[in-house]
Design a protein around this ligand. Structure first.
Ligand code: MLC
Ligand code: AMP
Length: 508
């Protein structure tokens, strides 16, 4: 009988990144303020030891690690070390309150929780049996207390094994954990690698948080797969970023970043130096911002569209025409359709955008009902975005079927805020809407009706929300009104409210 060679391909995304890292010699991976804070050559050993530390804490493949810490090189290494061990990485926005965290911990049931040193006591009270370790912005904290002088191998993972769970809110009920596999993450990273012409000569300016798809997967994965150096920023300072255009090649941001760059006197026609690619996504980029950026810099921003559940779905072309107000074409290897009921919408006609492909997530964590609701036969995922598809396949987003506000690239679900407001004393009901905001794109406005005899004021209501909701979700304007406009079916007419309050946040 012929001997068949069995080749065990490891689909762990870290295995791929380490292959690339090995070819980068002594090139820095992360640079902050001119200093190398992580090297490609060290990734193997650093992640091996940190992986051993996580193993010593009792974790193994498939176990969840919940991480709510400030952006730092150590945070990036922690993410990679978790992948090394085959763990499922669950990053959380640092703005989430203890109340929000309690839910994520009970849902994810992690083996390890990594939090900021200052939060340790509060997190321990919520973490049950999980091991709690701390990681400060400066690398302090108990995570590094007992890192052993031995490493762990890169765990073998199949393409369908989970690499991460990212929580994303829903229009109803609590946040859902989108389960992303090694196959999802690697396929999206490889597609974007080719499409956006990543190379090891690239230098990425990294200004995004690393608890979302955009900053962690699109940006960090893109650089790791290319062997590109990253200029690391913990917060966004337009002047500092513009000063790096001479030594960098790629920038990724949300529209708010581009608006702020444009408002910065340092952005001049000669400022763009070496830059070859400006990418925007996570929220609609106003055509006006796109055009002004092109006028000032001579560079057309490349707008792309994606979701937590799917990674990137469409992109304007690298070489072809980048048209303001459109999100370009479906990525290679992915299929997109625009549905009007059970049929495809005619070219140019609006419908709900659906996507399928290797990028589409494996479902919502421990929530088969929600998963079933969001998929159509044949594996099509329903995005909830309303789009048109031109004859040539170009996609334009024209609205949302989901009641969602996107402020500064962060998703905010009105229902969650309405529920919190309605639970406050004296509140009869409320409606939360998004209205134009010059810096954030959209801002949150709450329209509240008082119970009979109750006196409500906006300051009191805001104080009532304190500690319950992450700050970025809090209304920027609260109006107390006698009643909410309703249609014949009794449904609150939010479109009406959006008109009435359209100008209330125009001045930031
Ligand atoms: C901060 N604040 C916000 C806010 N960001 N409020 C509403 N919306 C936001 N996005 C509030 C804070 O709570 C704080 O309130 C005040 O504004 C100042 O905070 P800050 O930290 O100084 O803000 P700043 O640094 O200016 O942050 C703005 C920002 C940031 C745009 C740089 O929000 C950001 O990095 N956004 C990117 C989010 C992102 O990565 N999205 C990708 C999701 S993935 P107070 O009361 O304390 O003063 C995805 C898929 C895809 O969507 O396609 O990419
Ligand atoms: P999230 O659930 O945080 O991943 O956000 C995904 C949502 O952000 C999408 O469903 C879109 O509504 C929105 N989005 C992402 N990219 C764009 C874009 N380029 N233009 C408009 N909306 C976008």
């Amino acid at each position: 009988m012929a001997q068949e060679a069995v080749i065990l391909m490891n689909s762990n995304i870290l295995a791929r990144f380490l292959e690339v890292a090995q070819q980068q010699g002594d090139k820095p991976f992360l640079i902050e303020d001119g200093h190398a804070i992580a090297q490609f050559a060290d990734l193997e050993w650093d992640t091996a030891r940190l992986g051993a530390r996580l193993a010593d804490l009792g974790a193994g493949p498939g176990d969840r690690i919940v991480v709510q810490v400030e952006k730092s090189a150590d945070n990036v290494l922690l993410y990679l070390a978790a992948q090394r061990l085959g763990m499922v990485y669950v990053p959380l926005n640092t703005a989430y309150t203890a109340g929000e965290l309690a839910y994520f911990l009970s849902d994810a049931e992690p083996t390890i929780v990594v939090c900021r040193p200052a939060d340790e006591e509060a997190v321990r009270a919520l973490a049950g049996d999980a091991e709690v370790v701390t990681l400060g912005e400066d690398g302090s904290g108990s995570l590094y207390d007992d890192v052993p002088d031995r490493g762990v191998y890169v765990a073998h993972r199949e393409p369908d094994d989970l690499a991460a769970i990212l929580y994303t809110s829903g229009t109803t009920g609590r946040s859902k954990g989108a389960m992303l596999t090694h196959g999802n993450l690697l396929s999206n990273a490889e597609t974007l690698h080719g499409l956006w012409r990543w190379s090891s000569d690239d230098v990425l300016i990294h200004i995004l948080p690393i608890y979302h798809v955009h900053g962690l997967f699109v940006a960090i994965h893109g650089a790791l797969l290319a062997g590109a150096t990253v200029l690391f920023h913990r917060c966004f300072d337009p002047a500092k970023v513009i000063a790096q255009f001479n030594s960098a090649t790629v920038l990724m941001g949300v529209p708010t970043h581009y608006g702020r760059l444009l408002n910065s006197p340092e952005l001049t026609p000669n400022a763009c130096g070496q830059m070859r690619l400006f990418i925007s996504g996570s929220a609609p980029l106003l055509a006006e911002v796109h055009d002004r950026f092109a006028e000032v810099t001579g560079q057309r921003i490349l707008e792309r569209y994606g979701m937590t559940e799917t990674g990137m779905i469409t992109s304007n072309p690298y070489d072809g025409e980048r048209i303001a107000g459109t999100v370009g074409y479906p990525l290679p290897g992915e299929e997109v359709r625009v549905r009007d009921g059970d049929a495809d919408a005619a070219p140019g006609e609006p419908g709900v955008l659906e996507v399928r492909g290797p990028n589409v997530f494996a479902g919502y964590w421990r929530n088969p009902e929600k998963t079933a609701e969001e998929f159509r036969d044949g594996g099509w995922f329903v995005t909830g975005d309303i789009a048109t598809m031109a004859q040539d396949g170009r996609i334009t987003l024209v609205g949302r079927a989901k009641d969602l506000i996107i402020a500064g690239g962060l998703n905010i679900y009105p229902t969650e805020i309405e529920e919190a407001l309605d639970a406050l004393p004296g509140v009869e009901e409320s409606a939360v809407i998004g209205v134009p905001h010059p810096d954030l794109g959209e801002g949150v406005v709450a329209v509240v009706v008082a119970q009979k005899g109750a006196a409500l004021d906006p300051e009191g209501l805001l104080a009532g929300l304190e500690g319950q909701l992450a700050k970025f979700k809090r209304p920027r304007h609260i109006a107390v009104v006698d009643s909410l406009p309703r249609n014949a079916m009794g449904k609150v007419q939010k479109a009406e409210l959006r008109k009435v309050f359209a100008d209330c946040l125009r001045k930031p």
